[in-house]
Design a protein around this ligand. Structure first.
Ligand SMILES: O=C(O)c1ccccc1NCC(=O)[C@H](O)[C@H](O)COP(=O)(O)O
Length: 268
């Protein structure tokens, strides 16, 4: 069993437990009310537009721990780091909400919004059913991640539609050619993950290899293992508009300042 299979097996149990605590119908009613009072479109607006309009294209990630690295920054605060990322030029944010494997929580997005984050936020979790889309909408996410390797095509198609009905965008994550069938679901953002989930090894060549295989007009995002400004500039030339980066910033004492320095290097 690779790590993704393990996480998904655990997620099914977790979702079931959450449904016992708050039934789907009750959560849906809460989200309906939220949408009535705050509007159809999710908080933070369009991540696709934010990436296309941005010069950096950086999606800065709030990730305290990971299966590959263990704790990266255990004491990092969701009331501080996401806002600091915004102040230092992030085009958008990704906030890990998975608790067991990434030390995350939905409350981190709530904290980020309450601290003053207004840019788009990706609900970074392993979404396999509608219940999690409602959780994402409730806590203030603008977009959700759907991972092709984690769900079958029909489920992905249905979740894409439901996310849109909830006013959120979809970042569809693919790893390799075997996932390309999913590209015709026309997500808002096409992600290529450079991390091999069997070995955890990251290889940015994966993004270069996959670039020409994605729809020409699609907004492409390269994910994982990015640490070098020159690589990001080369990925931009290859057609990418978004660059999802976590560990490179989170391993520093001040992730926002690390982002600031990285963006300055991009422009050199
Ligand atoms: O980060 C991991 O170790 C990991 C392991 C298993 C599944 C997913 C994993 N990461 C999720 C991500 O996609 C990354 O957090 C994101 O792309 C940022 O990557 P990085 O810049 O390498 O922290």
């Amino acid at each position: 069993m690779d790590i993704l299979e393990e996480i998904i097996a655990h997620k099914r149990i977790e979702n079931e437990r959450n449904r016992q605590i708050m039934p789907l119908r009750k959560l849906a009613t809460e989200v309906d009310r939220l949408m009535e009072s705050k509007g159809q479109q999710a908080e933070g607006g369009s991540m696709r537009k934010a990436l296309i309009d941005s010069t950096s294209g950086i999606i800065a990630e709030f990730k305290r721990r990971s299966p590959s690295k263990g704790w990266i920054h255990q004491s990092a605060l969701a009331t501080e780091v996401p806002l600091s990322y915004q102040q230092h030029g992030a085009a958008a944010l990704s906030i890990l909400t998975d608790e067991t494997y990434f030390g995350g929580n939905d409350s981190f997005i709530v904290d980020a919004r309450q601290s003053g984050v207004t840019i788009p936020v990706l609900y970074k979790n392993f979404v396999i059913d509608e219940y999690q889309l409602l959780q994402a909408r409730r806590c203030g996410a603008s977009a959700v991640l759907l991972i092709a390797a984690a769900i079958d095509y029909d489920t992905c198609s249905q979740l894409c539609r439901e996310a849109h009905n909830l006013g959120m965008e979809v970042l569809l994550e693919m790893h390799g050619e075997r996932d390309l069938d999913y590209a015709d679901l026309a997500p808002d953002l096409y992600g290529i993950n450079n991390r091999n989930l069997g070995s955890f090894v990251t290889d940015v060549e994966n993004s270069f290899h996959m670039a020409s295989r994605l729809p020409k007009e699609g907004c492409k995002v390269s994910e994982s293992g990015l640490s070098n400004p020159e690589t990001v500039n080369s990925l931009r030339l290859a057609g990418y508009r978004g660059f999802l980066m976590g560990e490179q910033f989170m391993k520093q004492e001040h992730p926002g300042l690390a982002l600031d320095a990285f963006i300055k290097d991009l422009a050199r």
